[in-house]
Unconditional design. Structure first.
Length: 232
């Protein structure tokens, strides 16, 4: 039986970017379940928080940077509620891009609101930027990929940095310029955030690839779905 993976859907009908998440969950053996803006967790076995608009800076006590997008406070509050409940229940959680950042904010961290260098941002033609990641020793990701360095796509302008990392979060990977690219909640069975977009086709090996081995989607989603299969 496929574990049920809740994926908050703020705006219906879903666009192609949302469908990438559903396809990735299905490919890894899970059953995606859309959670509308009025839905709770229901009977899901895990929670996936997707990418999207910038998190409201007031949630971590800051005023918006000029480059910060207009926030969707209702979405922030809904997803924070789902996320915090999932963590309390010990449900597996995977946060992607905004979801990674929201996990940090949920646990008391802050965000760098704008990276001045555009090396992390989506390209003008809609394609992803690429950069290497250093997978930290002893981390879940080092174990999954079996190497110190992998390449990941990049489509963001806000970030978690070491000095803004929430208490109780462990950094798993860093970019060459020191951005925290992945985190794990300490003491939780399986709660991980990644700054890159593992759900996109390029991370499944489809389309143009970078010069080195990638942080492939399959091992990460397989680990997430495996955690969702374990009895709570």
């Amino acid at each position: 039986m496929r574990p049920r993976i809740g994926i908050p859907l703020w705006k219906a009908p879903p666009g192609e970017r949302f469908l990438h998440y559903e396809r990735s969950v299905w490919r890894a053996g899970g059953q995606p379940v859309r959670l509308g803006r009025d839905d709770g967790l229901g009977d899901v076995h895990g929670l996936l928080i997707t990418g999207g608009v910038d998190v409201d800076p007031s949630l971590y006590g800051e005023r918006p940077h000029p480059a910060t997008q207009s926030p969707n406070r209702q979405r922030d509050e809904h997803e924070l509620s789902l996320l915090l409940k999932a963590l309390r229940l010990g449900l597996p959680v995977l946060g992607v891009c905004r979801g990674h950042q929201l996990l940090n904010v949920a646990l008391g961290g802050r965000l760098l609101q704008h990276i001045e260098d555009d090396s992390h941002r989506e390209r003008d033609d809609g394609s992803s930027a690429w950069h290497p990641l250093r997978l930290l020793p002893g981390s879940l990701l080092r174990e999954l990929y079996g190497r110190e360095e992998v390449w990941a796509n990049s489509r963001h302008h806000q970030a978690v940095t070491p000095d803004r990392l929430a208490p109780g979060l462990r950094a798993l990977a860093l970019s060459p310029d020191g951005i925290v690219e992945a985190v794990q909640v300490e003491g939780h069975p399986w709660a991980v955030g990644v700054q890159w977009h593992p759900e996109r086709p390029e991370m499944w090996g489809e389309g143009p690839q970078p010069e080195g081995p990638i942080a492939a989607a399959a091992p990460l989603f397989a680990a997430f779905i495996a955690a969702c299969r374990r009895p709570g």
